[in-house]
Design a protein around this ligand. Structure first.
Ligand code: NAP
Length: 175
């Protein structure tokens, strides 16, 4: 099982502002959907609460230390919907990983900053969308050891209208 971070980060390491993303970039949302659909995704409680509904066709595992917390509009004890939509709650990262199907080929870490910080030393891959802008933000991507990863794919997308340019990168841990 490959453990992979997926993150969109600006040149100043910004990833969030006011509980949302600091940019509007539909192409990155499509990229996120394409990569994560059908696969488990682990995220912090604050990131989960930014979503209007549970991510469709995915198992979302929400990290929280609050044993009373429950997601809105979905029962975390219910079996997955026919398209695979399900939400589970975990008190720590190891428990979250143990809730993933054993045959999952890839498990995503979907942020935010607290969860990325904890997962960075253990991930095999980082799907990084580098946003070519320096927006104001209140949440920033923690630093990682760049010498431990090598770039295995890269696709640049020029700016369009008020959407900033970005580069889709895959970074694989050097073994
Ligand atoms: N650009 C991107 O790719 C991207 C991706 C994701 C999120 N974001 C942005 O990032 C911001 C949210 O990030 P954030 O750093 O504020 O919050 P977060 O990491 O999403 O959530 C933090 C919460 O997760 C729980 N938590 C954290 N570590 C835990 C652990 N080890 N065990 C159990 N629970 C744990 C705690 O919940 P409790 O307080 O309930 O205990 C904590 O308050 C938003 O602005 C969002 O839009 C951006």
């Amino acid at each position: 099982m490959r453990l992979a971070i997926i993150v969109a980060m600006a040149e100043n390491r910004a990833i969030g502002r006011g509980g949302d993303l600091p940019w509007h970039l539909p192409e990155d949302l499509r990229h996120f959907k394409r990569l994560t659909t059908g696969k488990p995704i682990i995220m912090g409680r604050r990131t989960y609460e930014t979503l209007p509904v549970a991510l469709p066709a995915r198992l979302s595992i929400v990290l929280t230390r609050d044993t009373a917390w429950r997601p809105k509009n979905i029962d975390p004890a219910a079996p997955p919907a026919s398209d695979g939509t399900a939400v589970r709650i975990a008190p720590d990262l190891d428990t979250a990983l143990s809730l993933c199907p054993e045959d999952a080929e890839e498990v995503f870490i979907g942020g935010g900053a607290e969860i990325y910080r904890e997962a960075l030393p253990r991930v095999d891959r980082i799907y990084l969308t580098l946003i070519h802008a320096r927006p104001e933000a209140d949440t920033f991507m923690p630093e990682w050891d760049e010498s431990a990863f090598r770039q295995t794919s890269r696709r640049h997308r020029p700016a369009q209208g008020d959407e900033p340019a970005c580069t889709f990168l895959t970074l694989d841990r050097i073994r």
